[in-house]
Ligand binder design. Structure first.
Ligand SMILES: [Zn+2]
Length: 172
C-alpha cells in the first residue's frame, strides 16, 4: 500500500511522474523527490516519491513535454525543399504545418527560427507521420541532445525560475 498524490492545483489524481528536466529537478532527484505532471491541468511540481504507490503514478512515457508554439521553419532533404510553421515542439520532435509533400521515414534537415536575432536552430528529423493535423517529425538522437533546443524547451516549460540557493520546494 502506498500514498496517492493529488494535484496541488486542481486536486485531481492520476498524476504522472516525469523525467527531471531542469537543474533544480535533477538536484531534487537525489533526495527522492521527482517532478510530477498533472494530466488534467498540466501543473508541474516536485514531490517526494518515497512510499508512493507506483502503479497509480506511472512514469510519463511521452518522451517529453510538448509545447504549443508558432515558429517559422524551413526544411530540406534530397531534392525536396519546403517551408512551414511549427505548431508543437518537444525535445523528441515537432509537428509542422506545410504544403510540401513528404513521406513517412523521409529524413530532413530542419531549420527552426526560435527568435529573430539568432541564426536558425538546425536539427535532423525523420517524418514520423503525415495526417490532417500536420507532419510529425521525430528528431534524430543528436538533435535531442541539442543544448539550444533544450534551453528553448526548458524556457517554455518552467513556470518558476530556478532558485540559486539550491533549496528544493517540496509540495506536501
Ligand atoms: Zn491538476
Amino acid at each position: 500500500m502506498g500514498r496517492i498524490l493529488n494535484c496541488p492545483r486542481c486536486r485531481k489524481d492520476g498524476l504522472l511522474r516525469t523525467h527531471p528536466q531542469s537543474p533544480r529537478e535533477h538536484l531534487a532527484s537525489f533526495l527522492f523527490v521527482s517532478p510530477f505532471c498533472c494530466p488534467s491541468c498540466h501543473h508541474r511540481f516536485l514531490a517526494s516519491h518515497l512510499w508512493l504507490d507506483h502503479s497509480t503514478h506511472p512514469i510519463d512515457r511521452r518522451e517529453h513535454l510538448r509545447i504549443p508554439v508558432r515558429l517559422f521553419l524551413s526544411f530540406s532533404g534530397g531534392k525536396i525543399r519546403g517551408e512551414g510553421t511549427v505548431l508543437d515542439l518537444s525535445m523528441g520532435g515537432c509537428i509542422i504545418k506545410s504544403e510540401t509533400q513528404v513521406h513517412t521515414n523521409d529524413i530532413f534537415y530542419l531549420r527552426l527560427s526560435l527568435d529573430d536575432t539568432e541564426s536558425p536552430l538546425e536539427v535532423a528529423g525523420m517524418v514520423h507521420s503525415v495526417n490532417a493535423r500536420g507532419i510529425a517529425f521525430k528528431f534524430l538522437r543528436a538533435a535531442q541532445e541539442n543544448k539550444r533546443l533544450l534551453a528553448f524547451v526548458q524556457a517554455q516549460t518552467l513556470d518558476q525560475p530556478v532558485k540559486s540557493s539550491g533549496k528544493v520546494a517540496v509540495a506536501a
